[in-house]
Design a protein around this ligand. Structure first.
Ligand code: A2P
Length: 276
């Protein structure tokens, strides 16, 4: 649960984290994040857009005290929202996020979506934030190959991470190969396809062999594919279940079956055609 991957700048990031998109600000997100840290999670993925950074910050502070966990053991990710993109506005948005989280630094700061005409200036702001040590690593989210090419043509710092929608029906092979070739670590959002993949018979059948659920099979597939994964749950049993994936191994045949489920199917927005 606390095993890590070393990013291209030497910073270590846990393979498994908790996603908190749609965890409600206030009691729900505080309880959820505290539960996860108590159960051994060390990585929490939020965003300004999720409107729960204050709760995440409160939970982190309380969980550190209650569980004897230090700030250095935790890995906190947040993201700049689209309407804040641009150089100065990103610097301001970052300070706002840091203030809400009640932290001196974040571990990873991401450009949430590749907003046309804005993301390069946004990236320059992230480079400054990184140079000042206020983010231990910087990266992007929902970038396609052409966005990455365009960004890297004009910038010094290669993104450490690209966080994208990725699950068995959207396996992102081409993007993953490209990111691997550039040293960019791929991270999966909605690894469970918003929970919609959990009825899949093939995944359930694989799980049955190991006494695991379809969710655990998908998350294990992520690990074996070397994709960072951040399933969202606000339920203690499911938070625990999603972390119980380090005691079995999918066979090559299992992996091939899961790979064959790809349909290039998005449940979320298209990074080349979104209007928010
Ligand atoms: P809940 O928060 O009530 O547990 P994704 O991370 O792919 O977006 O999926 C998140 C959705 O899947 C949420 O609706 C979450 O609901 C549900 N979920 C998360 N983990 C599990 C699990 N192990 N079994 C069933 N549903 C899950």
């Amino acid at each position: 649960l606390q095993s890590t991957v070393t990013l291209n700048n030497g910073v270590k990031m846990p393979w498994l984290g908790l996603g908190v998109f749609k965890a409600e600000e206030g009691e729900e997100v505080v309880r959820t994040v505290k539960t996860a840290i108590r159960l051994g999670y060390r990585s929490i993925d939020t965003a300004a857009f999720y409107q729960n950074e204050e709760g995440v910050g409160k939970a982190v502070k309380e969980a550190m005290q209650e569980n004897g966990v230090s700030r250095e053991e935790l890995f906190i990710t947040t993201k700049v929202w689209n309407s804040d993109q641009g150089y100065d506005s990103t610097l301001r948005a970052f300070e706002t996020s840091l203030g809400k989280l009640g932290l001196d630094f974040v571990d990873l700061y991401l450009v949430h979506w590749p907003v046309k005409g804005k993301y390069k200036d946004t990236w320059r702001a992230l480079e400054k934030i990184y140079a000042e040590g206020k983010a231990r690593a910087i990266g992007v989210s929902n970038f396609q190959i052409h966005h990455l090419e365009d960004l890297m043509a004009d910038s010094k710092v290669v993104p450490t991470v690209n966080q994208v929608e990725l699950h068995p029906q959207l396996s992102q092979q081409e993007l993953r190969q490209y990111c691997d070739s550039k040293g960019i670590q791929v991270e999966a959002w909605s690894p469970l396809g918003h929970g919609k993949l959990l009825e899949n018979e093939a995944l359930r059948a694989i799980g049955e062999k190991y006494g695991k659920t379809a969710a655990q099979v998908i998350l294990r597939w992520d690990l074996q594919e070397r994709v960072i994964t951040i399933p969202k749950s606000v339920n203690e049993q499911r938070i625990a279940q999603n972390a119980d994936i380090f005691d079995f191994e999918l066979t090559g045949e299992d992996m091939r079956i899961i790979d064959s489920l790809n349909q290039n199917k998005r449940f979320g927005a298209d990074p080349d055609n979104f209007n928010f």
